[in-house]
Design a protein around this ligand. Structure first.
Ligand SMILES: NC(=O)c1ccc[n+]([C@@H]2O[C@H](COP(=O)([O-])OP(=O)(O)OC[C@H]3O[C@@H](n4cnc5c(N)ncnc54)[C@H](O)[C@@H]3O)[C@@H](O)[C@H]2O)c1
Length: 261
């Protein structure tokens, strides 16, 4: 029997876009919430409900699993350090530890273009994934940390870790700011499938669809994952709201830091 794939954050927006692309493989789903609609859960999937920081739950979640797609986390660029620390830092490190302890082969995890957002916000585009991380917000900094700790697990404990710096992951772009960094559903599914099987021990890749004057250099994803976007935001450019910017990540700061932010 094929070993199950663990999907964390299974009730979230990205997971709901991804699930139809995961094929017939056995699935184990983990989230702190239960699905709003039982129809959102694929037939035969095992469902685990609880916190990423619950080590007993994590041990059950990774038992017998061959690979993990990790999407659980706080996706908010305006969240505070306090809000982000448990889901994005402690929870991810706990997941990697459990995966390494239980012989999981690979963890594919959601990073974000916000881990490189300072380049975009200051006009250094297209952003080369070989450049040093340059987060634009606390959220982006937690993703940069995740990339660093994932590399440590690969280097030190033999766990293969592939980070995907997701752009704006929505069915279609609805704002001008999403046009240079949109990730559409088919490309999300293709990238995750490629990341699960690529002959790479560890790496981090921008994860966006095609775009006119894209802000994200996809050559490494093409070379190492074989990724070529099938979608292009140009096809939606005429129908988006003009929100006054081409920047998908946070704009340069113009307000004082919020308390705890
Ligand atoms: N949506 C985007 O455009 C986008 C862009 C870049 C990166 N990402 C990343 O992709 C991932 C998924 O994003 P999303 O938009 O689907 O977010 P979401 O909030 O819709 O879904 C996240 C899911 O994770 C679960 N979760 C959060 N913390 C948890 C914890 N401690 N234990 C167990 N479950 C927990 C939530 O209940 C939720 O169902 C996140 O890591 C996010 O940072 C998303």
């Amino acid at each position: 029997m094929t070993a199950p794939l663990l999907l964390t954050g299974a009730c979230g927006r990205v997971a709901q876009l991804l699930l139809p692309g995961l094929g017939e493989r056995p699935l184990r789903l983990l989230d702190r919430t239960t699905p709003a609609d039982p129809a959102d859960v694929p037939a035969d999937a095992e469902v685990l409900t609880g916190e990423l920081t619950d080590r007993d739950l994590l041990a059950r979640a990774v038992e017998g699993v061959e690979a993990v797609v990790h999407l659980a986390g706080d996706p908010s660029p305006t969240a505070t350090w306090e809000e982000l620390r448990s889901p994005n830092v402690d929870g991810f490190a706990a997941l990697l530890g459990a995966a390494a302890d239980h012989g999981v082969r690979r963890v594919v995890y959601a990073s974000s273009v916000h881990a490189m957002g300072r380049y975009e916000a200051t006009g250094r585009v297209p952003v080369d994934p070989a450049w040093a991380p340059a987060p634009c917000c606390p959220y982006g900094a937690t993703k940069a940390f995740d990339e660093a700790v994932a590399g440590v697990f690969a280097h030190r404990w033999g766990l293969s870790t592939i980070g995907l710096r997701l752009g704006a992951t929505v069915p279609v772009p609805t704002k001008r700011s999403q046009l240079t960094g949109w990730l559409g559903p088919q490309d999300l599914r293709d990238l995750v499938t490629r990341a699960l099987t690529a002959s790479v021990v560890t790496g981090v890749y921008p994860a966006v669809s095609g775009a006119e004057r894209s802000h994200w250099d996809l050559r490494l994803a093409a070379d190492e994952l074989g990724y070529r976007p099938s979608l292009d935001s140009r096809d939606h450019a005429g129908a988006v709201e003009d929100d006054g910017t081409d920047v998908t990540t946070c704009p340069p700061p113009d307000v004082p830091r919020a308390p705890g932010g």
